[in-house]
Design a protein around this ligand. Structure first.
Ligand code: SAM
Length: 137
């Protein structure tokens, strides 16, 4: 089973649009243990030890939601950190050190919208791993 306390979203920049913040809060309420870190830059060394780093970029690999759930489950008991960049994207040295580059679509989204889509997909992955009806609705 995929546990939310093993997952974190690490983002550069704050959410300024209220409608996006409301959407994110809806999913955060359903996953209170999910950690969301906002900072001005990434310090990968703080989160890398024994942890999985997944960098969100439109140039990454794409998966359907069931494939993404299996991939996350395959990381077993490790902590999984999703990284979302700002307008300049994620620095290439961090992408080089990551375990996976993940694309949500070949389209480019603003970072705030990427965060909302990611948190929904995390909730979907948790629901798929719990066999709860959310994914089938
Ligand atoms: C406006 S985008 C930056 C685009 C920039 N050209 C780049 O090279 O990443 C801001 C952030 O949102 C995330 N993002 C935007 N679209 C995405 C997508 N289709 N798949 C995955 N992440 C995406 C990425 O983390 C990106 O760093």
């Amino acid at each position: 089973m995929l546990q939310t306390n093993r997952l974190s979203i690490n983002a550069i920049g704050k959410i300024k649009k209220n409608w996006i913040r409301e959407g994110i809060n809806q999913y955060k309420k359903r996953m209170p243990d999910l950690i969301i870190n906002e900072s001005k830059s990434f310090n990968i060394d703080n989160i890398r030890v024994n942890n999985i780093i997944i960098c969100l970029t439109e140039e990454g690999q794409s998966f359907n939601s069931i494939e993404l759930t299996s991939l996350l489950l395959n990381f077993k008991n490790k902590k999984i950190n999703f990284l979302i960049g700002d307008a300049d994207g994620i620095p290439s040295d961090i992408k080089d050190k990551s375990n996976l580059l993940l694309s949500l679509s070949p389209l480019t989204f603003p970072h705030e919208l990427a965060r909302l889509i990611l948190i929904e997909q995390i909730y979907r992955a948790i629901s798929i791993s719990n066999n709860s009806p959310y994914h089938r609705a």
